[in-house]
Structure formats: structure tokens, C-alpha cells
Design a protein around this ligand. Structure first.
Ligand SMILES: *[C@@H]1O[C@H](CO)[C@@H](O)[C@H](O)[C@H]1NC(C)=O
Ligand SMILES: *[C@@H]1O[C@H](CO)[C@@H](O)[C@H](O)[C@H]1NC(C)=O
Ligand SMILES: *[C@@H]1O[C@H](CO)[C@@H](O)[C@H](O)[C@H]1NC(C)=O
Length: 306
């Protein structure tokens, strides 16, 4: 019988072999060696620009120009540094590093378009226009309930409420549980972290953007950057690559398949406003911008954010 120590050694060797194989594959697909920094480790994106090469503090300030106005609801909370710090975990996975500079800038605008519209307090005649008020909130102001549902995997912590918090607001215990697992922070015990720490709030949002909600489904990232090929069913359901389908991945039929509704148009407007401000221009919004006619990937209930 093998001793525990032998088992451990065997396990270590398996890990080493797997890493060696993965390393070999990576270097085969990308013979060019690059030594540009953190992003080069085990990532096919390593020689490409990092987000801070094309998206700088002044651009972040432009996009979210009203977030620290006296009447905003999260004054002093959101900043460029936490956005970049959080993105560093996801750039090696392809966020903002896929497909060349224009696609990378568009992905940042698309992601932030979702974030801006979900955290906006710019209604109607707000100064600067309704689109200047992204990142005005970091949590739901008057929750009408505690968003606790019976869940064996992610049971509610007694006395804790799971109302909307963060950059792509997270609601419900099971969503805090899944996302907490994803970013390795115990959000089921500490959902308040998402309104206390902007880096974690952005990390949770990036995780959501980069992660398929179900097996065999694409992530928002995948449908946006062109990693995803629609199946016949997808085509029949009018789900095609582009910004529109990111809304389907993130919100399903709360936003999609309802015709030209405000909830959808607001997200699109933020995306295009940011494209303009970043100097890309809304004429490059891409095909399949909306999801007015799409069927949801996952019909009704339980999207991770709303
Ligand atoms: C890296 O950038 C190049 C040129 O900008 C682009 O063609 C390529 O697709 C990018 N790599 C990946 C893996 O997206
Ligand atoms: C916020 O979270 C990040 C990531 O876990 C951590 O490094 C940082 O120290 C936290 N900031 C504060 C103020 O707690
Ligand atoms: C395609 O859609 C039909 C009807 O909605 C469904 O029954 C079937 O399982 C789907 N097939 C795949 C491969 O998803």
C-alpha cells in the first residue's frame, strides 16, 4: 500500500506533467517569446497591449464624469485604479487583450457600457445628459426584500441580505455564492464586500463577463470578441455574435426578446457613448447590436445580475 507521502509525490508529478504539456502547447502555438511582464505567464495574449496602454485615467474620468458629484450615491468609491487592478486577473484570460487594439477597446467599452447603465442615476434631464452618470451607485438603495432563496449549495447566512451590490449588481444568495467561489472570496458570508471594496466589485463583474452561466453556453466575452459560433438553434433563436447577445448572456429575457424596450436601449446607449468618448466611435459598434428579437439562452428566472 502506498503511504500518504507517496500519494502526494505522485500527485505532484501529475501536476508537473500537466503543466509541462500545457507549456509545450502554448509555446508551439506562439513560438515568439515575449517578456513584457506579468501578462506573459502561461497566456497566449502575453505579447499584446495591456488595457492601461490604451485606456488611461483621463478616459475613465471622462466616461464616469459625474460619479463624484455631490448628489451621486457612491462618492469616492469607484476609481480607475480598482478597475485596472481587477482587470489584471482577467487580461491573461483575454479580457481587453483579444483580437487587436480596436477589439480590445471595444470590449472595454462594452463591459463598461453594462456597468455604466446598471449603476447609473442619470434620469431624464440630469446635467451632462443621462449617460454621464454611470458608477453613481454601488448598491441598491431601498431593497424591498432580502433576496434570500432556499438553496442547499449556497444557503443564506442568517441576518445577511443579498440585495443588489457591485458594478454589475449581484442579487440573491446563490449568485453571491457562485461568484464568490469564482473570485475566491466568501461573498455568501460577506456580500457587503461588494459595496466596500471597488476592486472586488469590479472583479465580480469581470468574472460574470468572462464566465458562461451554463455548460456549453458562451460567456459575454465569447459572444462579443467572436470566440463563439452560434449553433443552428442559436441562429433560429436569433442569437448571433455581437453586443446584443452579451445582454442575453447577462440578463436573458429581462432585457432580450421584448422588442425595443428602455432596459435594453439604455445599455446600448451607454456602450455607444463610451465608444465615442474612447475615440473608437459608435460607427464601430459591430453587427447585432441589440437583442430585441432574441430568445433567451436561459428562459426566465435566476440571472446572476439584473
Ligand atoms: C494579439 O494582438 C494581435 C495584433 O493586434 C491580434 O491580431 C491577435 O489576435 C491578438 N491575440 C489574441 C490571442 O487575441
Ligand atoms: C480590496 O480587495 C482587494 C482584493 O482582494 C485587496 O487586495 C484590497 O486590500 C482590498 N482593499 C481594502 C481597502 O480592503
Ligand atoms: C434546440 O431547440 C429545441 C427547441 O427549443 C430543443 O428541444 C433542443 O434541445 C435544442 N437543441 C440543442 C442542441 O440545444
Amino acid at each position: 500500500m502506498a503511504t500518504e507521502k507517496q500519494w502526494r509525490q505522485a500527485a505532484v508529478m501529475v501536476v508537473v506533467v500537466v503543466l509541462a504539456v500545457a507549456g509545450g502547447a502554448a509555446s508551439k502555438s506562439k513560438p515568439k517569446t515575449c517578456d513584457k511582464g506579468w501578462e506573459c505567464k502561461n497566456s497566449v495574449y502575453c505579447c499584446n497591449d495591456t488595457i492601461s496602454d490604451f485606456f488611461q485615467v483621463y478616459q475613465f474620468e471622462n466616461l464616469f464624469s459625474k460619479r463624484n458629484a455631490p448628489i451621486a450615491h457612491a462618492v469616492g468609491f469607484w476609481d480607475y485604479h480598482s478597475f485596472i487592478t481587477a482587470s489584471a486577473l482577467f487580461q491573461p484570460l483575454g479580457f481587453g487583450t483579444t483580437g487587436g487594439k480596436q477589439m480590445a477597446m471595444k470590449e472595454v467599452a462594452a463591459f463598461l457600457g453594462h456597468v455604466g447603465s446598471k449603476t447609473s442615476c442619470g434620469y431624464g434631464v440630469a446635467t451632462g445628459g443621462p449617460l454621464a452618470w454611470g458608477l453613481c451607485y454601488n448598491h441598491e438603495m431601498s431593497p424591498s426584500q432580502s433576496y434570500c432563496n432556499l438553496d442547499y449549495l449556497y444557503p443564506c447566512t442568517p441576518g445577511v441580505d443579498y440585495y443588489g451590490r457591485g458594478a454589475l449588481p449581484v442579487y440573491w444568495n446563490y449568485n453571491y455564492g457562485i461568484i464568490g467561489d469564482g473570485i475566491k472570496v466568501d461573498l455568501l458570508y460577506h456580500p457587503e464586500y461588494l459595496e466596500q471594496n471597488a476592486t472586488l466589485a469590479f472583479q465580480a463583474a469581470f468574472w460574470r463577463w468572462m464566465t458562461p452561466m451554463k455548460k456549453k453556453q458562451p460567456s459575454a466575452h465569447d459572444v462579443f470578441v467572436g470566440n463563439w459560433k452560434p449553433s443552428k438553434n442559436d441562429t433560429l433563436a436569433k442569437r448571433l455574435p455581437g453586443f446584443g447577445t452579451t445582454m442575453n448572456v447577462l440578463y436573458g429575457d429581462q432585457v432580450c426578446g421584448q422588442g425595443s424596450i428602455d432596459a435594453m436601449n439604455s445599455i446600448i446607449s451607454h456602450y455607444q457613448y463610451y465608444l465615442d468618448l474612447m475615440g473608437v466611435g459608435r460607427q464601430y459598434s459591430g453587427d447585432n447590436l441589440d437583442c430585441a428579437e432574441q430568445e433567451a439562452f436561459n428562459p426566465s428566472y435566476q440571472p446572476a445580475s439584473a
